[in-house]
Design a protein around this ligand. Structure first.
Ligand code: C2G
Length: 131
């Protein structure tokens, strides 16, 4: 079984997220999502998600491409995670190009996929405030 892992906040889940998850899942047989906790978002990413961790987890569990969800509580957990969950492939959108190449040392294939243009959580929030 080829195991794939990716990470993110996935707030206001939109088709850009879904297309990332779809492509990630197609790279293997089992997709794990490291979902950023509310605390990680506010302390480390400086962003407050609209939906709580539990709500975002519930939404992601409803996505056919997602097989397993683990909490993302710090930047540094990836190395340990790919070992613990025996991951073969690490995937992120290419806005993170090169940032996680160090995981290759763990024998993991690191793949950055093109982001879906014209959609982002920030854009959704901005456009909703203009309604
Ligand atoms: N994404 C995408 N296309 C978009 C928007 C997002 O492909 N239009 C991808 C991002 O590149 C990322 C994933 O969807 O791979 C989740 O996006 P975010 O929730 O914004 O995740 P981010 O804040 O980048 O957190 O440790 C890694 C971080 O947790 C990633």
């Amino acid at each position: 079984m080829k195991r794939v892992i990716t990470y993110g906040t996935f707030d206001l889940l939109h088709y850009g997220h879904i297309y990332l998850l779809k492509r990630a899942r197609e790279l293997g047989d089992h997709l794990i999502v490291g979902l950023s906790t509310d605390e990680f978002n506010s302390v480390e990413k400086g962003k407050k998600s609209y939906f709580t961790y539990e709500e975002r987890r519930e939404l992601l569990m409803g996505v056919r491409y997602v097989d397993q969800i683990i909490p993302e509580t710090c930047w540094k957990q990836k190395r340990e995670d790919v070992r613990r969950y025996h991951c073969d492939v690490f995937v992120m959108g290419d806005d993170w190009q090169g940032k996680f190449d160090y995981l290759k040392d763990e024998g993991v294939e690191v793949i950055y996929l093109p982001r879906t243009p014209e959609i982002s959580t920030t854009m959704i929030k901005e456009e909703l405030t203009e309604l």
